[in-house]
Design a protein around this ligand. Structure first.
Ligand SMILES: Nc1ncnc2c1ncn2[C@@H]1O[C@H](COP(=O)(O)OP(=O)(O)OP(=O)(O)O)[C@@H](O)[C@H]1O
Length: 337
């Protein structure tokens, strides 16, 4: 059965002073020098294991019930693998679908400071590589973009001046036709935000000017774990040709307030972030189960917004970003599950 949402993992390198989780092992698909690359892999593990994350038993625990756990992913990337390797293997093939008129969604998910922003919008991040690829042909494609954030579960346009910032409406238009599967509540629905600005772009430079404006308008704040922590979900959308659509999401990190030491506003933000991420997790799970169950798109504005992009014939790539710090063990297990 082909999953609707391809799920891959990326482990970031340790940050200065970070105490690492010795039980965390990653086996990568990416070959270096002809060898399957192993990062921190216990040599006693069979090498033919599916690429994935291995969570090994906590060495300090004497519990007999704690077994070594293997979590398989469609691809997995070690701290040595570059964003370019991830792009070539997992993102590039999806761009052909966008050029062919499909809707594709790519999102980075993980605890705060796990490398989502680095992977999506960092120097040599996926967003830059996508744009280079879209304009490779010299800009003959008809491309426009929009950029919004969901802050406290409400959408705001990032490409309008802050003085014009106002909450956007999310509308869904029903098209005609008979729904072959009544449980598919998004059949024939198109999501649109009437006041969201869209901007034609004709070059890589034009993109970067607009995009940097949006990044400056995005809600970020300092937590104990990340001084530039994203406090909102950012959704960058490219409209390519007549029908192609590509959503690139930098999701805010799922958070454990015991670790982030947040003040009251940060706590409100965390609650909204965690609720919408949990809704997204349920939607992705239900889509990949493919058992005909109702997909809970309406549980949050994040999933409502993406309801015409997840499911049906659309494709999605979920990049689970992982932090190697021991303090993230509990969050990491929740993320990979
Ligand atoms: N693959 C990587 N290689 C090198 N450094 C990385 C990598 N991934 C993340 N980092 C570094 O780790 C730190 C945290 O990363 P980042 O800000 O991307 O996390 P995040 O998941 O977006 O966090 P938040 O949810 O709080 O916004 C940054 O200093 C970033 O440069």
């Amino acid at each position: 059965m082909t999953p609707r949402v391809r799920v891959i993992a990326r482990l970031r390198p340790p940050l200065p002073g970070e105490v690492c989780d010795d039980g965390l092992r990653v086996v990568s698909h990416v070959h270096r020098g002809g060898e399957k690359e192993k990062e921190n892999v216990n040599d006693t593990q069979p090498s033919e294991l599916a690429p994935g994350i291995l969570i090994l038993k906590d060495p300090s625990s004497s519990s007999l019930t704690q077994q070594t756990q293997h979590y398989p992913f469609h691809s997995a990337y070690t701290p040595h693998n570059t964003s370019a390797a991830l792009f070539t293997r997992d993102v590039l093939p999806l761009l052909n679908n966008v050029l062919g008129g499909s809707t594709v969604t790519i999102f980075a998910y993980g605890v705060t400071s796990s490398g989502k922003t680095h992977t999506m919008q960092g120097e040599d991040g996926i967003i830059g590589m996508v744009v280079d690829e879209l304009f490779k042909g010299g800009g003959e494609l008809d491309i426009s973009m929009s950029y919004l954030e969901l802050y406290l579960d409400a959408p705001y346009d990032l490409l309008v001046p802050p003085t014009q910032r106002r909450k956007l409406q999310i509308l869904s238009t029903v098209s005609r036709g008979t729904n072959p599967n009544p449980k598919n509540t998004t059949f024939g629905h198109t999501i649109h935000l009437p006041h969201l600005s869209t901007h034609p772009i004709s070059s890589v430079a034009e993109f970067h000017t607009l995009y940097q404006r949006g990044v400056r308008h995005r809600s970020t704040g300092a937590t104990l774990l990340n001084s530039g922590s994203s406090r909102s979900h950012a959704v960058l959308t490219f409209y390519v040709g007549a029908r192609g659509k590509l959503h690139l999401l930098d999701l805010a990190g799922s958070e454990n307030n015991n670790l982030t030491g947040n003040d009251p506003q940060r706590m409100r933000e965390s609650a909204a972030i965690n609720t919408s991420l949990s809704a997204l997790g349920q939607v992705v799970g239900a889509l990949n189960e493919q058992n005909g169950a109702r997909i809970p798109y309406r549980s949050s504005n994040l999933t409502r917004l993406l309801s015409d992009a997840l499911g049906g014939t659309s494709l999605a790539l979920l990049i689970v970003c992982l932090a190697p710090g021991i303090k993230f063990r509990g969050d990491l297990v929740r993320s990979v599950k």
